[in-house]
Write a protein that binds this ligand. Structure first.
Ligand code: MIG
Length: 804
């Protein structure tokens, strides 16, 4: 007998009514409800929550069956609490939630959500309603958001992506990956920063998709009229961050995710690294090499070979029989020692770290309770669950011996986490997730960040009032609160110099200002020219470290002979001369949320052509840099934003708002200083604390319009700044055809030890007859052939007048 389908279906099968899994879209919002600063809208089944975070920041969350997940985020430790004025209004067409700066519109017809500014300009709007798809295998939902993409809209951010600075047309993924020798367009890399900035018709806004699962972004790639982001789990939760300037967006993103703490001053010096300098004598020889060659250096690194069988927190007794003595001697020679620590802990019952972690059940487990085991450098390893606060505290405590030995900084590597063979942990590994539990699908992207957090917090406790230095390879949004980063295993190629230049600018607008590349390229062999061009770029990277893989030739700044050694020295010296400038830019980052590197588009976002400039950037806001990114280049074009600029080497004044042709012989690179700037300078030292600063040089550049500059000073290595012990100085420069004035004001509780300034006036368009400082005429002025003028005066001056 043939049973026909129809008949079969007529059996009373309860599964019959279950439809296949499809994407579900929000329906029609029929209801609005307010609870404090939150508004809830529902279509009868799913709900959307709209939270007023600040005047410029609104958060959206979606709950498919109206059950919101617990509010917990590793990126945002606390939402700002300042009271904001807002209101809800309703028309036939929409609900509208407004602050002074932004409106969030919820369209009644289809639940489209859009945002507009207080001039009514729509800056972001849904192209389909928010949607989701049930995940049968793991539970929860894949969550999706699709917005419109305007014809000339540009996109920036997302951390360390190795592709064009403008992300328009790209489809990218966030899943922390150990990407040895990555190439152009390779994705994903080491970090996941689900934050992007859109600039359209001169207005910028940001989207921070705070979701730690594997996440995807499409910026008009698949369909040029659409921008989408989606994740393999978690909640569809994002922050709309209003501009209108890119700078506002970045500052507001920092309000959510925090900034880097102030680094110890030495960490802004030059660092030398290699896989690996060992045994001990080798480390000493390298350190002495710097002093003999008179090339400044503050940090020296010990890569994995300092350990005993790669066991973290141990020393190889053969190579490093007396680490305390070595670190002490290095310190006496002006070097801070930084050691690497990886997450993999060798399975070995005779190894105390493993034993203790095992007893206390601190290592990650699989879904069936087996330990997560995998091979890394030490051999078979287990891995601490850094998402467990108790484990973090334990881990932090493990640094006590290293700190006691005098170690000044810690380098966390392999924390994507990386596992040989399989790449990373399987999805089913369980994590405590600060009590909110999750599989590795949820914890993968935050694992590295929680590791370096544990490291930083442990060091901070043990170093008492001293600022620790940490560096991490992996990270998630907010990792800047705990660490600096480097861009991982790059390659000694010109292409990688270019990639690094873009990556650092991108990290900087993505919340991670304290970043650098492996100068010279990690794998492969740079020639002298490439190494020198890389040192030049590195001079203007917030973090400056040369590093190289073990199978390459040794590579110190003097390894290539002349003329390279001399040029490398000149640039590393320049790094040290500009330290007070960098340190001040760092303070502006830490305290006010400014990025340290600022791409051109951040200065002039109204001009679409600038959305595609990626070579030039400013270092702080006064110095414009354009690295030389190709071999054999004796000149290149450089774009200068509007205003007047001085060529750093020739002092020639150049009008901005155009591209200029700049000579680039190997011993220089294009550097320009904004007219009106006051650039503070330290004397060159072989390391930051070699001598007390006796005098600070102020390089002042004439301008015929008013320009403010800024100098930050404090103790340089303690947390006294958290008790407001610091000094913020403001300089105002202005000039006419016959006069120039410099005013100084200061605020704060710190008193620097030095007494005086050495002032150098650059670009003066007239010959001065008189210089008057606080009412007194300065008699001793040196006049230089390049028409610059130098004199000394008290650091407390209020006003200097220069008269024709
Ligand atoms: O599997 O510690 O990116 O900087 O020198 C390689 C050895 C492990 C990768 C890091 C690199 C470091 C290297 N590490």
């Amino acid at each position: 007998m043939i049973v026909d389908d129809e008949e079969f279906h007529h059996l009373n099968n309860p599964a019959d009514g279950i439809k296949p899994i499809v994407k579900k879209y929000l329906g029609v919002p029929n209801h609005a409800e307010q609870k404090g600063n939150k508004f809830f809208f529902t279509d009868g089944d799913a709900s959307v929550e709209v939270t007023i975070v600040t005047k410029e920041i609104i958060r959206i969350r979606l709950a498919p069956h109206s059950v919101f997940l617990d509010e917990f985020s590793y990126a945002v430790s606390e939402l700002p609490t300042k009271a904001v004025a807002f209101n809800l209004s309703e028309t036939d067409l929409e609900f509208k939630v407004s602050t002074e700066a932004v409106n969030c519109h919820i369209r009644k017809q289809d639940f489209f959500i859009s945002f507009s500014d207080n001039n009514g300009v729509i800056t972001s709007s849904d192209a389909t309603p928010m949607h989701w798809e049930e995940n049968v295998k793991f539970g929860g939902y894949y969550v999706f958001c699709t917005k419109t993409c305007a014809p000339e809209e540009s996109f920036f951010g997302l951390g360390d992506k190795a592709t064009e600075f403008n992300l328009r047309g790209k489809r990218l993924k966030n899943w922390n990956t150990d990407a040895y020798s990555y190439g152009w367009n390779q994705d994903p890399l080491y970090r996941s920063i689900p934050f992007y900035i859109s600039v359209n018709e001169g207005i910028a806004h940001g989207i921070f998709f705070d979701n730690t699962f594997k996440a995807h972004f499409d910026f008009g790639g698949e369909d040029q009229t659409k921008t989408s982001f989606w994740a393999d789990g978690g909640e569809l939760q994002y922050y709309y961050i209003h501009g209108p300037h890119m700078m506002d967006v970045v500052k507001n993103y920092h309000i959510l995710t925090g900034t880097h703490p102030m680094p110890p001053l030495w960490a802004l010096g030059y660092h030398q690294c290699r896989w690996s300098y060992y045994p001990e004598n080798k480390v000493r020889v390298i350190a002495n090499g710097f002093r003999q060659n008179k090339i400044p250096c503050d940090g020296i690194y010990l890569d994995i070979d300092y350990m005993d069988g790669y066991r973290c927190f141990t020393w190889n007794p053969k190579y490093f029989p007396n680490p305390r003595k070595m670190i002490e001697d290095l310190a006496a020679n002006g070097f801070k020692t930084v050691v690497i620590i990886d997450p993999g802990i060798r399975v070995d019952d005779n190894y105390s770290v493993f034993k203790e972690g095992k007893e206390k059940r601190y290592f990650c487990r699989r879904s069936d309770d087996y330990f997560m085991e995998g091979h890394v450098w030490p051999g078979r390893c287990q891995f601490p669950d850094f998402t467990n606060p108790e484990v973090r505290t334990w881990w932090g405590g493990l640094f006590d011996e290293l700190v006691d030995l005098g170690v000044a900084g810690v380098w966390n590597d392999m924390n994507e986490p990386a596992v040989f063979g399989s790449g990373t942990f399987p999805d089913d590994v369980r994590h405590q997730y600060d009590g909110f539990r999750g599989s590795h699908r949820k914890a993968h992207n935050v694992y590295g960040m929680q590791m370096v957090r544990a490291t930083y917090e442990g060091l901070r406790k043990q170093m008492k009032n001293k600022r620790p230095f940490t560096i991490t390879r992996a990270g998630y949004a907010g990792v800047q609160r705990y660490s600096s980063v480097w861009t991982g295993d790059n390659v000694a190629s010109w292409e990688h110099l270019k990639i690094g230049n873009v990556q650092l600018q991108r990290l900087s607008v993505s919340g991670i200002s304290f970043c650098g590349t492996d100068i010279g390229g990690f794998s492969g062999e740079p020639d002298g020219e490439l190494f020198t061009r890389w040192i030049q770029m590195g001079t203007f990277s917030p973090f400056m470290r040369a590093h190289s893989a073990g199978d390459t030739k040794e590579r110190e700044p003097w390894s290539f002979g002349e003329p390279f050694t001399t040029i490398n020295r000149k640039f590393i010296e320049l790094r040290y001369r500009l330290l007070p400038y960098l340190y001040s830019a760092f303070w502006e980052h830490h305290r006010y949320g400014f990025p340290i590197l600022r791409p051109i588009v951040m200065h002039e976002q109204e001009t679409v052509a600038n959305h595609f400039r990626q070579d030039e950037f400013t270092y702080g806001d006064k110095i414009l840099i354009c690295p030389v990114l190709e071999p054999g280049k004796t000149s290149r074009m450089v774009y200068l934003p509007k205003g007047k600029w001085y060529h750093f080497w020739s002092l020639e004044m150049v009008e901005g708002g155009q591209e200029v042709h700049v000579a680039t012989p190997l011993d220089t690179m294009p550097i320009f200083v904004k007219a009106g700037s006051v650039i503070p300078e330290y004397p060159v030292m072989q390391y930051t604390s070699e001598k007390p600063i006796e005098e600070v040089k102020l390089n002042i550049y004439y301008s015929d319009y008013e320009v403010n500059s800024f100098l930050f000073e404090d103790y340089g290595e303690t947390f006294a700044y958290e008790q407001d012990i610091y000094l913020e100085k403001k300089f105002i420069v202005n000039g006419t055809a016959k006069t120039m004035s410099i005013k100084q004001s200061m605020e704060g509780l710190y008193t620097p030890r030095y007494e005086g300034y050495h002032i150098k006036i650059n670009g003066l368009p007239f010959k001065p007859s008189k210089i008057i400082a606080d009412g007194k005429e300065i008699k001793e002025v040196s006049v230089n052939p390049d028409k610059t003028y130098e004199f000394k005066f008290s650091k407390n001056f209020k006003q200097i007048e220069i008269l024709k």
